[in-house]
Design a protein around this ligand. Structure first.
Ligand code: HEC
Ligand code: HEC
Ligand code: HEC
Ligand code: HEC
Length: 242
């Protein structure tokens, strides 16, 4: 019996390694790969082209060479009496890009040049917004002065992923045991998670499935899993001192 238990423990321990070997990096084969033949609207079977193109792209360049149609909401933003950051008013940058499929107002197959065939809308289970008042705040500047004002946030330009949480009783660095994508250890929050100094959807998710834990995460999280003490929510505990 004891031997069997040991064997089972051994199997359990080796599982993460096995699943890591099978990790699928990049857009191809991910939820954002629309090149499969079931996507009849994607006539050129492009992997990048539903979102980017080489020419005639978005005037506002909300993300580099963005060619998808952009949502105009209208959006309801997060607010609370204790939210300190300067209110953005509406989503901007890469968050606006995500919402251009995920808010359920613009078709997945809507590009700047029009919608090819019948509109294909996002699955209701993956719809975020346009009412964002129940979603973590996005599209605002997170800098050293916000951290100072708030008192419960790391300074994003000096706190590095993997640094101890000095202000807490439990000081273990909130990093996963290993990364399935590009390592984030030693990078500041600004370098690893912010987009042009701003908190965006892509502060937590990596749509290209390359960064941090994203290749092995079903929901494309940049930081997943548990620290050495087996405590999870590492993504939250990276920025928040709580
Ligand atoms: C579902 C939409 C989507 C698809 C498909 C997509 N991208 Fe992106 N891409 C984005 C978004 C959104 C950004 C903005 C930055 C971010 O949020 O990661 C971006 C940013 C970029 C950037 C600039 C910033 C960076 O991360 O280096 C490059 C280069 C890029 N994508 C290349 C590609 C290539 C090449 C492909 C195809 C293999 C591709 N993308 C497929 C949405 C997409
Ligand atoms: C071109 C349209 C499009 C864009 C742009 C887009 N997505 Fe998606 N996304 C989808 C579709 C379609 C799915 C699959 C939804 C389903 O059927 O569950 C998906 C799935 C996801 C999932 C996984 C949901 C799950 O339950 O498995 C996450 C997380 C996600 N997207 C985040 C993002 C983020 C963050 C961005 C911007 C950086 C983004 N997406 C941009 C179309 C898009
Ligand atoms: C603070 C980190 C964080 C930010 C910012 C964030 N997400 Fe998420 N997202 C998560 C987590 C964690 C989950 C897993 C489900 C949960 O806990 O709610 C998730 C789940 C999802 C899913 C899966 C479906 C669902 O509802 O659970 C989609 C799609 C998604 N996010 C898209 C987005 C989009 C689009 C944005 C920007 C408007 C965004 N996320 C901003 C952390 C974040
Ligand atoms: C990249 C850094 C970052 C990550 C990751 C992150 N947050 Fe935040 N979070 C912030 C910032 C910055 C604010 C804005 C604080 C302010 O202005 O008062 C915020 C705001 C919040 C608020 C609202 C505070 C208020 O007073 O209204 C809550 C609650 C919260 N985060 C919880 C979470 C949870 C839970 C997670 C993990 C799923 C998470 N955060 C991940 C940076 C982050």
């Amino acid at each position: 019996m004891r031997k069997l238990k040991l064997l089972l423990v051994g199997v359990a321990l080796s599982l993460p390694l096995l699943s890591q070997a099978a990790v699928n990096k990049g857009i191809e084969g991910s939820v954002h790969d629309f090149s499969g033949t079931n996507n009849t609207w994607n006539t050129r079977s492009g992997v990048c082209s539903p979102c980017h193109a080489a020419h005639h792209t978005d005037d506002a360049q909300i993300v580099p060479l963005w060619v998808h149609a952009t949502s105009s909401g209208p959006f309801v933003m997060y607010d609370s009496p204790t939210f300190q950051a300067a209110r953005p008013g509406s989503p901007n940058g890469s968050s606006l890009a995500c919402l251009s499929c995920h808010d359920g107002t613009v078709a997945i197959n809507a590009s700047l040049s029009g919608t090819n065939g019948a509109a294909v809308m996002i699955d209701p289970a993956a719809q975020i917004g346009p009412d964002l008042h129940t979603t973590h705040p996005i599209s605002f500047t997170y800098d050293a002065s916000l951290a100072l004002l708030d008192g419960g946030l790391e300074n994003p330009s000096t706190y590095k992923i993997g640094d101890p949480k000095t202000a807490l009783t439990v000081q273990t660095a909130p990093v996963p045991a290993s990364w399935s994508g590009t390592s984030l250890t030693g990078k500041t929050i600004d370098e690893a998670l912010l987009v042009g100094g701003k908190m965006q959807c892509s502060s937590c998710h990596d749509v290209h499935k390359l960064i941090g834990s994203a290749p092995s995460s079903g929901i494309l999280m940049k930081i997943t899993g548990s620290d050495a003490q087996g405590r999870g929510s590492l993504i939250c505990r990276t920025c928040h001192i709580k």
